[in-house]
Design a protein around this ligand. Structure first.
Ligand code: HEC
Ligand code: HEC
Ligand code: HEC
Ligand code: HEC
Ligand code: HEC
Length: 206
């Protein structure tokens, strides 16, 4: 079985990073160590034998950024690499998903737990490091946005075991995130009827 190494990385490596809780620093450094383990692991016959026979998802190396759906972001952060290929849990970065109306976006120190060491020489990673060093987080373009008269409690859905992908699509395969579901009232109601959840106007409208 062949293992392809790209820029020092075993592309078929399949560590799963479970959601840790914030504050991040200790956990994140441990995560960085996990990834460094991936880099420095010797590739020899026995290491090859221990590779899982079914490889995980592999993010494409080259993508045509002009052809991607969704808004262009200030840094080309790729969910297909992080959540797909490296299987970093969604909640590792969107840590408020279970407890808040809004899942929230990760801070630069979450990124830097890994990018202090990973990605040297990649101009997009350099932007991450500069943003962290200067204390100027990137202004991510918001993709999903309900009108302000709609109440949407994320945590109620996440805790009821509705998967992120049911509403956001296969984010772990997206080089750039786009709006997958229509987010119209009919879409909400279809699922609520299906799951025997309230369709009372005041549940969703202020
Ligand atoms: C390593 C951190 C990280 C992980 C892991 C991660 N995300 Fe994200 N996510 C981000 C960042 C940064 C953004 C903002 C930039 C962007 O839109 O790509 C974002 C944006 C998003 C958005 C768009 C938010 C908006 O503006 O409407 C969705 C939806 C999302 N992530 C879902 C997921 C899901 C589902 C997973 C797991 C399959 C996941 N994310 C894993 C960091 C992460
Ligand atoms: C758990 C470790 C980890 C965390 C946390 C993490 N990354 Fe990464 N990141 C990686 C790995 C691994 C790669 C792939 C490096 C490679 O293939 O050379 C990568 C690659 C990248 C790249 C280069 C993508 C490309 O085009 O090749 C960017 C940009 C990036 N990350 C941004 C971020 C941002 C922004 C955050 C925080 C929201 C973040 N990363 C958090 C591990 C991490
Ligand atoms: C039942 C559908 C549904 C599920 C399940 C769901 N989302 Fe969302 N998500 C939405 C909607 C709708 C919005 C827009 C909310 C708004 O504008 O108030 C949104 C917005 C977001 C945002 C942008 C808001 C922010 O805080 O910046 C992120 C990030 C996100 N979702 C990530 C996730 C992740 C990660 C999961 C799984 C842990 C998840 N979502 C599960 C429907 C869903
Ligand atoms: C894929 C299925 C699904 C979709 C799509 C969905 N929901 Fe839900 N929603 C649920 C489930 C399941 C619950 C019940 C959670 C519980 O029992 O706590 C729920 C609960 C809720 C609640 C809490 C109701 C209460 O009892 O107080 C609100 C508010 C809500 N959803 C709003 C929305 C809105 C607004 C949308 C569309 C933007 C939406 N939902 C789309 C499945 C869905
Ligand atoms: C499960 C959540 C949910 C429930 C229940 C719900 N709505 Fe909505 N409603 C939404 C969402 C999301 C939007 C915004 C997206 C859209 O325009 O479809 C919306 C939009 C609207 C709008 C503005 C439509 C427009 O075209 O501008 C009206 C009016 C409305 N709802 C009335 C109601 C009434 C009346 C009820 C009760 C019979 C109700 N809604 C129940 C989720 C809900």
């Amino acid at each position: 079985m062949a293992i392809t190494i790209s820029a020092g990385w075993s592309r078929s490596h399949s560590h799963r990073v479970n959601g840790a809780s914030s504050p991040w620093f200790g956990g994140v450094l441990a995560v960085a160590a996990l990834f460094l383990g991936g880099i420095t692991a010797p590739v020899n016959a026995s290491a090859q034998d221990s590779q899982p026979s079914v490889g995980g998802f592999q993010a494409p190396v080259d993508v045509d950024t002009l052809g991607l759906p969704g808004p262009r972001q200030p840094i080309f952060y790729r969910h297909d690499i992080h959540a797909g290929q490296y299987e970093i849990s969604c909640k590792y970065c969107h840590f408020a998903a279970e407890v808040s109306q809004e899942p929230g976006l990760p801070t630069m120190s979450t990124c830097m737990g890994c990018h202090l060491v990973i990605g040297t020489g990649n101009p997009e990673v350099d932007k991450v490091r500069t943003a962290a060093a200067e204390g100027t987080p990137p202004e991510w373009v918001r993709i999903h946005n309900l009108p302000s008269y709609v109440r949407f409690p994320h945590m109620r859905h996440v805790n009821a075991d509705v998967q992120c992908q049911d509403c956001h699509g296969p984010v772990e395969e997206m080089p750039q995130v786009y709006q997958y579901a229509p987010l119209k009232m009919g879409w909400c109601l279809d699922c609520h009827l299906d799951r025997e959840v309230t369709t009372d106007c005041t549940a969703c409208h202020y």
